[in-house]
Design a binder for this molecule. Structure first.
Ligand code: DX5
Ligand code: ZN
Length: 224
């Protein structure tokens, strides 16, 4: 079980110390949301910020690209220290090439799906990825409520993963707090991105440990 606090909810005025706070809290990964103002109606940050975060931390950087043309910055993000890069299945016919390009850069490959998109669209790519990101809010902003209608998608992907004998991660992102993390863990998720629910906590280490305990416990009960 992996807990990945999202930098989008950090204080952008002190991004490096926020990244250190996430690492000190013993989170597993740092989730970095990159938005281009076109794929989503918001703009966040690019490789320079990821590089600053990489310079002050050692834990993996999970880069979620909400961009129409993510390939223009693939190399820049890898040089900045990205360990995983995730693109969206909504990019259509160029998805296969993009996944291959990420793989050829020597880092882990992720594919994301937004709430309105049918889960069938990811099926052809399940053999080519290390992580499937099931968005549980419409991408663009932190602090939105969890969309419960996304839970069957997680169950479907977990069933396909089992049938195919694959080991890719199932990541959830958007509106994740202790309660919704538990629902997602029961459905089969194993990576939990959380922005506002975690970073808003004064005692981040306690909050990360609590969320991890909840999802681990859920996974153990589900396997019995
Ligand atoms: C939304 C981003 C999320 C966001 C989650 O487009 O992909 O990673 O930071 O924030 P919360 O946990 O506040 O919904
Ligand atoms: Zn994200």
């Amino acid at each position: 079980m992996i807990i990945a606090p999202s930098l989008l909810s950090a204080d952008f005025g002190k991004i490096a110390s926020e990244a250190c706070r996430i690492e000190r809290a013993e989170a597993d990964w740092i989730h970095c949301d990159v938005m281009d103002g076109t794929f989503v109606p918001n703009i966040s940050f690019g490789p320079a910020v990821v590089k600053s975060v990489n310079q002050v931390t050692k834990i993996p950087l999970d880069v979620h690209l909400m961009c129409c043309n993510p390939e223009i910055l693939f190399e820049a993000f890898v040089n900045a220290g990205a360990d995983i890069m995730t693109i969206h299945v909504e990019l259509g016919s160029k998805v296969e090439t993009l996944l291959w390009k990420i793989r050829s850069l020597g880092i882990k490959v992720g594919l994301a799906i937004s709430p309105p998109t049918s889960i069938d669209t990811v099926k052809p790519y399940l053999k080519s990825i290390d992580l499937l990101l099931v968005m549980t809010v419409n991408p663009g902003f932190g602090g939105q409520p969890f969309i419960h209608e996304c839970l069957p998608k997680i169950q479907q992907v977990a069933a396909w993963r089992k049938k195919l004998g694959r080991k890719f991660h199932i990541e959830v992102d958007g509106g994740i707090n202790d309660e919704t993390a538990l629902e997602c863990a029961s459905a089969g998720a194993d990576v939990f991105v959380s922005g506002s629910a975690l970073l808003g906590q004064g005692r981040l280490k306690t909050a990360v440990a609590r969320m991890r305990r909840i999802v681990q416990h859920t996974a153990i009960s589900a396997s019995h």
